[in-house]
Design a protein around this ligand. Structure first.
Ligand code: ARG
Length: 592
């Protein structure tokens, strides 16, 4: 491994700490932040303001003491004390270049792998078998994938689990409807004890037609609904013919789900299903009863999870219904038991619609109270907001239905294809490029918002090549790629391992300052499960690069040393941008 990189903030804090210590002030005040007045300075320390109380001195006096010491430091072009007691810092060009060169030589450009890898399970996707993926599944697939890639990039062991819904009423509805349509099928013959056919009695499009039909029908026909409930109860109790049908439903759907998730660039390590947790339920329930955590309330088995400090009502967690049936809760709790047994994770992260927040609060409390999970294991709920249409309401098709994910994808693809129609490329290439841009448009449009917030899906804006959009970011990367293609074509060979020289322009300095934010952007995004922090970084760096690119001659620079230095800088920017978009689940084409 290369140089053990410290972030610029750490480097500056070290330097300030020495000065605080030398002047007799506590080093805890030597905190550095990026300046919120970039017109005045690059970094600042506000510690003198807080230290003033302890030392009964005017803050400016303390700031002056520190500045007096650091004035001579080669790290700064300028360091000043400003009323009422700020310490403003601007790095010297040499020091800045020095840090950039160290970054260039360290693992992942200073974004090093952790020495304490965690074992993390990410529960995302959450699709339900027999139902096509629709836009309600988009955000978890995109956000979860990014959180997974980011954690893994930092050296954590991560398992992404699709946690498919395959154990509830929808399956009962499908069985009921199939029986109504094809009562002669062998699956419904209780006396049959031969082998069941290998081929499913339906294909995916039939399956997708059956479910919404049955669901609607059950809302109008109580007896039909009861039959479906009976069917799911019998399936759960192990009725053979129903199990065989259920297995067909899973096989047919999973194949289709895999296809669509692959298109989206979402890759699960595990394709576990709710039903996989069922074997863990009996022992779990038994222990909850024996240890006195669960009690009967109105016939149902429940665990109280309210706490004294609650400001809102947290209802008990229901484990078994009065008829003994298990619930969504029961499955999620048993899944925790299963995950603990199979993987012993240090953390489980759930990326689910934020409307399920209260539900997860109950489940987490119940898991802790009943000790099915140890205190050291983190249970983290990342609730995301809704993707809305331009009217501010949940995104719908023109006739008010839910939009299939594939349809959304296709609409965006067509829009993008229109935009690159006049490019001089072969059709296959155009297709590939349009696919990459479409994905970037959708993903970046989503991920650039804080996950918990709702956002508006704006086709025009998301697919625009300008502004804070996915296509703009790809465009920037493509620009860098073309620059290298040009060098290659012109036979210009540059020793890329050589040093990057101190900046000689404002735009050069700005792009370097943006680069310095890379390790913190990734680490913050990981720590807070917040991919939008990576987007912020990417956008800022792209903007800084494009300015730099416009204002400086790169390939055509007459000064050969400067040209080589710029090329190295461009390589670093391009590499970091590509790593960064990988963390978002995006990929850049070579041209666009
Ligand atoms: N299948 C569920 C739904 O459609 C989402 C699953 C979320 N994950 C979980 N562990 N409960 O609402």
């Amino acid at each position: 491994m290369g140089y053990k990189m410290r972030s610029i903030i750490e480097l500056l804090e070290e330097e300030l700490s020495a000065a605080f210590e030398k002047t007799g002030y506590d080093v805890k005040y030597a905190k550095v932040t990026i300046s919120n007045r970039p017109d005045l300075c690059q970094y600042q320390c506000n510690g003198a303001l807080s230290a003033a109380k302890e030392y009964h001195k005017a803050p400016i006096q303390i700031a002056n003491d520190i500045v007096d010491i650091l004035k001579e430091s080669e790290s700064f072009k300028e360091i000043t004390a400003q009323m009422p007691g700020f310490i403003n810092m601007t790095l010297s060009d040499e020091f800045l270049a020095d840090v950039i060169n160290k970054m260039a030589k360290s693992e992942n450009y200073g974004c090093e792998k952790t020495e304490n890898p965690e074992m993390i399970i990410i529960d995302y996707g959450g699709a339900n078998v027999a139902k096509p993926l629709h836009i309600g599944h988009l955000r978890t697939a995109i956000i979860g994938e990014s959180i997974k890639r980011t954690a893994r990039f930092l050296g954590h062991k991560v398992i992404g689990d699709a946690h498919l819904g395959d154990w509830g009423l929808p399956i009962g509805l499908i069985i009921t409807e199939l029986k109504k349509r094809n009562p002669e099928l062998v699956y419904f013959d209780e006396n049959y004890d031969g082998e069941y056919p290998e081929e499913a009695p339906f294909d995916v499009s039939e399956l997708e037609e059956i479910y919404p039909y049955a669901s609607k029908y059950s809302k109008e026909h109580e007896d039909y609904k009861e039959e479906a409930q009976q069917a799911i109860a019998e399936l759960q109790a192990g009725r053979k013919g129903y199990k065989a049908l259920w297995q067909h439903i899973i096989n047919v759907s999973v194949e289709d789900l895999k296809r669509v998730y692959t298109k989206l660039g979402t890759e699960f390590d595990l394709w576990k299903k709710e039903s996989d947790a069922q074997p863990y339920i009996p022992d779990m329930v038994k222990a909850m009863k024996e240890e006195g955590y669960a009690h009967i309330d109105d016939g149902a088995l429940v665990v109280d999870v309210k706490e004294e400090s609650d400001t809102k009502e947290i209802p008990p967690c229901m484990i078994l219904k009065s008829n003994g049936a298990t619930l969504y809760n029961t499955t999620d709790l048993a899944t925790i038991v299963e995950r603990r047994k199979l993987f012993n994770p240090t953390k489980i992260i759930y990326v689910v619609d934020k409307r399920q927040e209260l539900y997860f609060e109950q489940v987490f409390r119940c898991a802790r109270k009943t000790k099915i999970i140890g205190d050291k294991t983190g249970l983290i709920f990342i609730g995301f907001g809704t993707m809305n249409g331009k009217d501010g309401k949940p995104f719908k098709t023109r006739d008010g239905g839910v939009l299939r994910l594939e349809q959304l994808f296709e609409d965006v693809y067509n829009k993008v294809l229109e935009k690159i129609e006049d490019r001089d490329m072969e059709d296959a290439m155009k297709d590939e490029v349009a696919l990459k841009i479409s994905l970037a448009a959708i993903k970046y449009g989503d991920l650039s918002n804080q996950a918990s917030k709702d956002y508006i899906f704006d086709m025009e804006r998301f697919t625009s090549f300008e502004g804070n959009t996915g296509p703009y970011i790809l465009y920037t990367i493509v620009r860098i790629k073309s620059l290298f293609a040009k060098l290659h074509n012109e036979g210009i060979i540059v020793d890329e391992a050589g040093p990057i020289m101190p900046s000689v322009s404002k735009s050069g300095t700005d792009v370097m300052l943006s680069l310095l934010k890379w390790p913190d952007a990734v680490n913050d995004a990981y720590r807070e499960s917040a991919p939008h922090k990576i987007c912020q970084f990417i956008y800022e760096l792209s903007d800084a690069f494009n300015k730099f690119y416009h204002e400086n001659k790169i390939v055509t620079n007459e000064d050969e040393n400067l040209r080589a230095s710029y090329i190295r800088l461009c390589r670093m920017i391009g590499d970091i941008l590509e790593k960064a978009i990988y963390l978002l689940g995006m990929e850049a084409p070579d041209r666009m």
